[in-house]
Design a protein around this ligand. Structure first.
Ligand SMILES: *[C@@H]1O[C@H](CO)[C@@H](O)[C@H](O)[C@H]1NC(C)=O
Ligand SMILES: [Fe+2]
Length: 439
């Protein structure tokens, strides 16, 4: 254990000159982070399912993921709508990876379904152990989402998760930076255990942040642990990479983009994005939302300008498609914009929300640029989480809940009207067709 920490420190020292440790050593002051939680070692039966989490896997299907210490435990999920009565079952697959001195457990992924909407299912993993339960999202409005980025695993994280657990929501959205394992692989396991109570009962849909990279020059390609553990429905959405994908829930089309893989006009991600936007049917999904890690509109000094090149490449596409809301993380503070495009106000642009304040160990990003830009409506450096309720085709209610005092205090709230309802989508139809047709 000690040895492992020393080894990682040495590797980080070697990696820093190559920019691999760039998430460390920024020059702004981050006050009062809380300690990383520590985990009492508890002996487990080696086939006991651990770190259970679920995510949507195509229409009416859910992926159940968990880890076992042994490799003989089956990738089997038994489920049903009454406790203990598992009238359905599905088989899946398992994977594992090694990382320097570390070997992961067996990571199981099993897709179950077809499932009914808005229904509680009881399930068991690997044919043994604890029963879990989950609720599937509704197939129609209203639908509610909880949102928290840059989660980590500190005392603040525990408090944020507790607040999310108290609210009514159908699905959790995480715009990158999950565990802050930062090369110490056992921290992926403790993160999995920390989030299990929530992530086993509602789908968690995540995209990657810089802390998921964990690449080491010439030795390890990036995102190995993240891809093995947090497999998202990329194949179901026609993507060839777990780093970007899309999914639909109730009347919302979500696009999960990758800030740390190529996004220029010649990239696979860009080509996939165009194809995905061409498939969006605003009759079926009147709301169009995007998640990514590094914000495009950010008036905090932290990570200033880091999203600019991705914005330059992809914002014209998203604008033409009429994205309603874009949610980012990375900056450890909260900020909400007016509708914007091309750096300024635009009534047919997206509302941008930065919410990288879930509770990671690095603390808050307190210094905002002054004067406050015209597009910035609300900004505050506090930990917290967001809740988005899409009420119907035209109206959504967004709120941000600060947890400075360990109590969720609703601090910012706003009704958002869909671009469908303000005429922007029909105005853009021609522009979109042109941009999607361009090879
Ligand atoms: C949508 O919800 C809003 C807010 O509750 C309400 O004012 C509006 O009438 C609803 N629209 C429709 C078509 O039901
Ligand atoms: Fe980040």
């Amino acid at each position: 254990m000690e040895f492992r920490v020393i080894l990682v420190s040495i590797l980080l020292a070697i990696a820093s000159p190559f920019g691999l440790g760039s998430q460390f050593g920024e020059n702004y002051v981050r006050p009062q982070p809380r300690e990383t939680l520590s985990w009492p070692w508890r002996p487990k039966h080696s086939s006991e399912p651990q770190q259970v989490h679920i995510s949507l896997a195509g229409e009416k299907h859910m992926m159940i993921s968990w880890v076992t210490d042994d490799d003989s435990s089956p990738s089997l999920v038994e489920y049903g709508t009454a406790p203990g009565e598992y009238i359905f079952s599905s088989q899946g697959e398992s994977t594992s990876y090694s990382y320097l001195m570390y070997s992961s457990g067996n990571i199981h992924h099993v897709v179950i379904g077809p499932l009914d909407g808005n229904t509680v299912y009881f399930y068991r993993c690997g044919g043994q152990g604890q029963e879990f339960h989950m609720k599937t999202p509704p197939s129609q409005f209203p639908v509610s989402f909880s949102v928290a980025g840059d989660l980590g695993q500190t005392g603040w994280t525990a408090s944020t998760l507790e607040h999310i657990g108290r609210c009514e929501y159908d699905l959790h959205l995480l715009p990158g930076d999950l565990s802050y394992a930062d090369y110490q692989q056992h921290l992926w396991d403790s993160f999995g255990a920390l989030v299990q109570p929530l992530a086993s009962s509602r789908p968690w849909m995540v995209t990657e942040g810089n802390h998921e990279k964990e690449g080491i020059l010439f030795i390890k390609s990036p995102f190995q642990s993240y891809n093995a553990r947090w497999k998202m429905p990329y194949e179901e959405s026609g993507s060839t990479s777990n780093l970007y994908y899309s999914f639909e829930v109730a009347g919302v089309h979500f696009i999960m983009l990758g800030s740390y893989t190529d996004y220029d006009e010649n990239s696979d991600q860009y080509a996939w994005l165009k194809e995905d936007l061409a498939k969006v049917d605003r009759e079926r999904t009147p709301w169009l939302l995007v998640l990514l890690h590094a914000p495009w509109y950010n008036s905090n000094w932290a990570h200033q300008g880091e999203g600019n090149s991705m914005r330059a490449s992809m914002e014209p596409l998203l604008y033409a498609a009429g994205v309603d809301i874009l949610i980012a993380g990375h900056v450890h503070a909260y900020e909400r914009s007016e509708r914007v495009n091309n750096g300024g106000l635009d009534r047919c642009g997206a509302v941008h929300i930065t919410i990288g304040d879930g509770g990671n160990r690095e603390g808050l990003a307190q210094r905002f640029r002054n004067p406050k830009p015209k597009w910035s409506v609300f900004r505050e450096a506090s930990f917290g989480h967001g809740e988005l309720k899409i009420v119907n085709t035209t109206h959504a209610f967004w709120s941000w809940h600060r947890n400075d005092d360990d109590e969720p205090v609703k601090s910012d709230q706003v009704w958002i009207n869909s671009l469908i309802s303000t005429g922007c989508i029909s105005d853009k139809r021609h522009e979109l067709r042109k941009i999607l047709m361009t090879p």
